[in-house]
Ligand binder design. Structure first.
Ligand SMILES: [Zn+2]
Length: 283
């Protein structure tokens, strides 16, 4: 099978594409209950990133989804250790409103956090619920990014629910995690109707034709590359982009340009993704 994309050719022959540094907008960090990850910590994640030419990943620690104080502290340390490679989403657990306030108060004191991670399904609390309001208002005031897990037909975080929330906070940027997996038409409509809503491709890759549909029906400038690293290897996800029936211009938008644009306000004085990558021993 031939693939005429120069980006795909670079990945196939060199394992990475120097002119297309990948930015991963949906990562995690650390172990997760009941799952074996070979490389859940920074050293292993960096090895996977270096192999595939991933310049940067924006993560929430798994622990932070349940215990934000401990997990966000853990994430802050990873960012301090590797400021050119890791950025963070500060998770909040809406079941504990006083802790949501505490995480907002801590937000300005840790470098490298670009916004919040919501996992309404994981916390069994609706995205439209009142306990998220302080974080949403803060994200709007401070022009932050909110990555929310979304899933088709979920009672906690369906695309329709994100469509209800996003227009109320126009200065916040919303990333629809997993592109509302399964309820594609609804998710695409929310992304089209709201300038501040973007689609995250994590897990959506495995549905045949979905990347082509996003490029055609929403636009590649609204699509973001994500992996759920350390759950999935970047190569699998990059391969899905390389072998989709889209143009290299669209591949670049998905793999880094859209992310570069969203992250630019947070990277003042920091190394741009195109810059040096600390080379680590391969494999
Ligand atoms: Zn995730």
């Amino acid at each position: 099978m031939t693939n005429s994309s120069p980006i795909a050719q670079d990945f196939l022959t060199r394992g990475r594409c120097e002119t297309c540094p990948v930015v991963d907008m949906h990562g995690h960090y650390g172990p997760f209950r009941g799952i074996y990850f070979p490389s859940p910590y920074a050293d292993g994640m960096l090895r996977a990133m270096d192999r595939a030419g991933v310049a940067r990943v924006v993560c929430s620690s798994h622990t932070s989804l349940v215990d934000p104080e401990r997990g966000n502290r853990e994430m802050a340390q990873v960012i301090r250790d590797h400021p050119d490679r890791f950025l963070g989403y500060r998770a909040v657990n809406p079941n504990y409103p006083d802790q949501v306030e505490a995480e907002i108060a801590r937000f300005p004191h840790d470098a490298g956090f670009v916004g919040f991670k919501f996992h309404p399904s994981g916390n069994c609390y609706p995205l439209t619920g009142d306990n998220y309001l302080p974080a949403l208002e803060y994200a709007h005031q401070q022009r932050l990014i909110v990555l929310s897990h979304t899933w088709g037909a979920s009672q906690y975080d369906s695309p329709e629910m994100l469509g209800e929330v996003a227009p109320k906070y126009p200065d916040a940027t919303f990333i629809m995690g997993h592109s509302g997996y399964g309820e594609w038409d609804a998710a695409f409509g929310v992304a089209r109707d709201n300038p501040n809503v973007y689609l995250d491709l994590t897990a959506a890759y495995k549905v045949a034709g979905i990347i082509e549909r996003i490029c055609r029906e929403v636009g590649s400038q609204k699509a973001l590359f994500g992996t759920d690293l350390p759950w999935f290897d970047p190569y699998y996800c990059i391969g899905c982009i390389c072998f989709s029936h889209i143009t290299d211009d669209e591949r670049r938008n998905i793999l880094h340009r859209t992310a570069d644009r969203l992250l630019a306000p947070f990277l003042t004085g920091s190394q741009p993704p195109e810059g040096k990558q600390e080379r680590r021993g391969s494999d």
